[in-house]
Ligand binder design. Structure first.
Ligand code: ZN
Ligand code: ZN
Length: 571
């Protein structure tokens, strides 16, 4: 947990130095240090205790001192000194997409705007367009960004919610006298955003469980501490998430888990089915008159209604109940089906770790192969590679494949789709890669016809194998582009191009509904993390969760295939 806090402090120092117009070299070194802290897999507190802070790559003595200061004193003096120079609210404005430190400086020093609300009013009353560098378009963009920010503030990314749930469940398993414990709700259904976290537990000693739950580290406020239901606000990043804990009678465990997992429509549908059979279904069980006939397990609830157990990711009342009743539920793809992935960055472009580290992390996950897809030359913000530089990696990749027996690293590229639909590398370059991912990273505001034509042209390129993050949305930051997804699916299906579920936490693009439509149109789906550091490869679980929400089987998922079959597809 401290790793992330230190990363945030370093980032904030960089932002403040930037707003103050300080030396760019120092700003860059703080930003780099922040990325290192985020990617660090060891607990920084352990490193400080063992005197090994110097072993963190890119952290010199001055930064190392600040890390030690934070771990021992809980704050960094330099950070606090800088903060004192800013009215509260100025730094908040950085959270508005499109507003960087340079713009904050102008807004604050020239217009006296020092918080998001004032910024919104200024944009609405057209005060911004009077300043150099701001126009009518900027005002519109700022207003939409503030709207997105407000929407995003009421939800958490699935990965964030899961990280919290993992900590809370782990804590309760270790510290509280519980028999069973699980998180339910949209988190269990793997929805891409989560509002709050529902935890269920069974125990003989409810008071002790409530005591442990309400005194966990990270609890900011206890809203309720009852033996049936307790509610706390839990610190996450610089916000807090509500966590509800319900203590369940063992005989009602399955019914409660089913009920709290939802979604609402799925539950209403089940209740209606129960009523038709003269039964009553609620969170305590299934009852005939006043006698409980099921409820101890979820399976018992479903089977009493004549259904097999339905995977939580499918429970949206989108036809899954009808399908289950006919015995037609698909065998959904699982984490353990994954043989590798394709969308992975290294420090050759904007990733953090060298290819060797990414390869070894993938091997440790039990993968058979990994595709490395660093950025192409036009992605200047991501340090995109020239064609020569990209292809020059071939020798090292061959060596890696000789060194790591039984594992294959494929040389790929995440190649930009340029404005008119042409690819950033020429065909004679593209054909040298083992695989090619095409992606939009610019001109997000094209009208729908032009954007669709642009992406379809890329899909039709014979060397393009996978279309990355098709809508380019970023949750809480950027709306999806205007694009005809059905046309993309059709183009992908007819050219044998895979379409991606990008599981990077704020992307989740395609989402479950879209990926299901893609499958129905005949597409093969590639499930990738878009990793920029070794720790990111673990996000594959959210991609697989999304694939399950799309009802995908392992036959539908390109990287759930063994290498041989993948090679045939890429050819
Ligand atoms: Zn990308
Ligand atoms: Zn990428």
């Amino acid at each position: 947990m401290k790793n992330q806090e230190i990363a945030e402090i370093f980032n904030e120092i960089a932002d403040m130095l930037d707003i103050l117009g300080e030396d760019s070299f120092r700003i860059i070194s703080y930003r780099r240090a922040a990325r290192q802290m985020e990617a660090l897999t060891e607990d920084v507190e352990d490193l400080v205790r063992q005197g090994r802070v110097g072993s963190i790559p890119g952290i010199g003595a001055a930064l190392g001192d600040k890390i030690e200061e934070y771990v021992t004193a809980g704050k960094v003096g330099y950070h606090q000194e800088l903060r004192a120079k800013f009215p509260p609210g100025v730094l908040d404005m950085l959270r508005v997409r499109g507003i960087g430190p340079k713009k904050v400086k102008v807004l604050w020093q020239e217009l006296g705007i020092s918080d998001i609300e004032t910024l919104r009013t200024a944009a609405q009353t057209h005060r911004l367009r009077r300043v150099k560098g701001f126009g009518e378009k900027t005002e519109e963009k700022i207003l939409r960004s503030i709207e997105l920010l407000k929407e995003g503030e009421s939800v958490f990314l699935l990965a964030t919610a899961h990280a919290v749930a993992d900590v809370v469940l782990g804590y309760l398993r270790e510290r509280a006298p519980i028999h069973q414990v699980a998180a339910a709700g949209s988190l269990r259904r793997m929805k891409e955003t989560v509002r709050d976290i529902d935890v269920l537990a069974t125990t003989d000693k409810p008071a002790a469980v409530v005591e442990a739950f309400t005194h966990m580290p990270g609890v900011r406020e206890v809203i309720a501490a009852g033996e049936r239901k307790s509610v706390v606000l839990f610190d996450v990043e610089d916000r807090f998430v509500q966590i509800d804990l319900r203590i369940i009678e063992p005989g009602s465990w399955g019914a409660a888990l089913q009920y709290d997992t939802g979604n609402k429509d799925h539950n209403i549908h089940l209740r209606t089915m129960a009523e038709k059979r003269g039964l009553k279904l609620n969170e305590y069980g299934i009852f005939r008159d006043d006698t409980k006939v099921a409820g101890e397990t979820e399976e018992s609830v479903y089977s009493t209604l004549g259904l097999p157990w339905i995977p939580p990711e499918m429970r949206e009342d989108q036809g899954e109940i009808e399908l289950a009743a006919k015995g037609g539920l698909p065998t959904l793809v699982e984490d353990r089906d994954m043989h590798g992935e394709f969308h992975v960055h290294t420090n050759a472009t904007d990733g953090l770790d060298p290819v060797e580290t990414m390869v070894d992390t993938a091997r440790a996950r039990g993968y058979e192969y990994i595709g490395i897809s660093d950025h192409s030359v036009s992605s200047t913000v991501a340090f995109g590679l020239t064609a020569d530089a990209a292809l020059a990696r071939r020798d090292r990749f061959r060596e890696l494949n000789r060194e790591r027996k039984g594992f294959t690293v494929l040389l790929g590229t995440e190649c930009d789709i340029l404005d008119g639909g042409e690819m950033d590398y020429k065909d004679e370059v593209l054909k040298e890669f083992d695989f090619v991912i095409a992606a939009v990273h610019s001109r997000f505001t094209l009208p729908i016809r032009e954007m669709t034509a642009r992406v379809v042209a890329a899909i039709r390129n014979p060397y393009v194998n996978i279309l990355a993050h098709p809508t380019t949305r970023k949750i809480g930051q950027r709306d999806p582009v205007q694009i005809d997804l059905d046309e993309l699916y059709e183009a992908c299906a007819s050219t044998g191009t895979a379409i991606e579920i990008d599981a990077y936490p704020d992307r989740m693009d395609l989402n479950g509904t879209q990926a299901r439509a893609a499958k129905n149109a005949g597409c093969t789906i590639s499930v990738d993390t878009d990793s920029h550091a070794k720790g990111h490869l673990a996000w594959i679980r959210f991609g697989v969760g999304t694939a399950r929400r799309a009802w995908l089987t392992r036959e539908d998922v390109l990287n759930a295939w063994p290498l041989e079959k993948v090679r045939a597809f890429l050819r």
